[in-house]
Design a protein around this ligand. Structure first.
Ligand SMILES: Cc1ncc(COP(=O)(O)O)c(C=O)c1O
Length: 373
């Protein structure tokens, strides 16, 4: 009789054994750090949202939540001027992105070589670093294509000339505004891409509320286009894990077939619904964060940092005088957490979340000293 091996990893699928999981930014266990590393919102949810969560925290927690997030879908539909059938809600937008891969992309093993576009997850790079992980989990091909040097989206004609871009890719993710650069894209350039693309296009608008322009209208104009959003960043609800997408009803129906039965927890649904009922509070926060972003950008630039324009709640900035990695460690010693990525296109930069006015001022005071001062 064959014995079960003592090392269970040999039982795993080889593709899972080889997988590199997503690396999240540090969630510190010590207090007193200024946390500018994961693009969280520096301001709390609206008081009415916290009240709604408290009010829902009672004996009803023993019951399953509404399986389709019905009330929240209805409210999102009225906010976005569409039908509830155009809306899908997930456990964070990460979950929605994962379902979209499952819905549109074949695993590589399921298609002949000449049809590998059907197993391709494509994305202009640099982008949200979860995309290659999602492709890997699904056994699909991750296909990054370099953005322009200024993180601009190459026009469709240039993509055709470049030959690397796959217009038949089963699914193309575009982070817009781009992360980690903060670069914004116009609806017109995104639309040109959606029209040219024969597969699905996912516009990941996790940071859209901080931008001058958003492209949600494309989800209603082009049946291959899906727009994803989150309550994490602009709406201060990272902990509750609620995201959603807008798309053609047939796409939404497919996602509903794939999802876990009760994929969005009760308190998440309650919190997101209450959030949408308090838009004035959040509009003020967006304006405040944008103002702090511009001020931080001006002041860092004045100190010799090369700071890219940003349409998001973070800045990508190249520090002067020492490598970014050295600045990262030095700032950590001074109790500031920021993010550094080893990818060669961005390893000279730090990504700094725009915190409160106070946090930005404290960061600037520290930065004036610098690691080699
Ligand atoms: C571009 C982008 N998309 C999606 C997400 C996921 O957000 P969540 O799962 O919290 O909704 C993030 C989080 O950092 C992000 O940066």
């Amino acid at each position: 009789m064959k014995r079960v091996p003592s090392n269970p990893s040999s039982l795993l699928r080889p593709s899972v054994r080889a997988l590199h999981g997503y690396t999240p930014g540090e969630q510190p266990k010590v207090r007193g750090l200024v946390k500018l590393n994961t693009n969280e919102n520096p301001y709390p949810p609206a008081p009415a949202v916290l009240r709604a969560i408290r009010k829902a925290t009672d004996g009803r927690l023993r019951l399953y939540p509404n399986p389709t997030s019905q009330a929240l879908r209805g409210k999102l539909a009225s906010v976005h001027g569409c039908a509830p059938e155009n809306v899908f809600v997930g456990n964070g937008s990460d979950e929605v992105l994962a379902y979209l891969v499952r819905a549109f992309v074949e695993p590589l093993a399921a298609v002949p070589e000449r049809e590998r576009s059907r197993a391709t997850v494509q994305y202009p790079w640099p982008a949200y670093s979860l995309y290659p992980v999602l492709a890997g989990i699904h056994g699909a091909r991750a296909h990054p294509v370099a953005l322009g040097a200024d993180f601009g989206l190459p026009p469709v004609a240039a993509l055709r000339r470049g030959k690397q871009w796959d217009f038949d890719a089963a699914l193309t993710f575009v982070t817009t505004p781009n992360a980690p650069s903060g670069r914004g894209y116009t609806t017109a350039e995104l639309e040109a891409l959606c029209v040219a693309q024969r597969g699905a296009v996912v516009l990941d608008e996790a940071y859209a509320e901080f931008a001058d322009e958003d492209a949600r209208a494309l989800a209603f104009r082009h049946p291959n286009t899906i727009v994803t959003r989150t309550f994490s960043k602009a709406y201060s609800l990272c902990a509750q894990r609620v995201g959603y997408c807008l798309a053609h009803p047939e796409v939404i129906a497919a996602l509903d077939k794939l999802r876990d039965s009760y994929n969005v927890n009760l308190l998440g649904q309650v919190a997101a619904l209450a959030t949408l009922e308090n838009p004035a509070y959040y509009r003020k926060n967006f304006a405040r964060i944008r103002a702090t972003r511009e001020q931080l950008r001006r002041e860092l630039s004045g100190l010799g940092w090369q700071v890219l324009p940003s349409q998001a709640n973070f800045l990508l900035a190249r520090p002067p005088g020492a490598p970014a990695r050295e600045w990262l460690d030095w700032l950590r010693e001074k109790r500031f957490l920021v993010r550094w990525f080893s990818a060669p296109e961005i390893s000279a930069y730090l990504r700094i979340t725009v915190g409160s006015e106070r946090e930005a001022a404290a960061l600037l005071r520290a930065v004036r000293r610098g690691p080699r001062a």
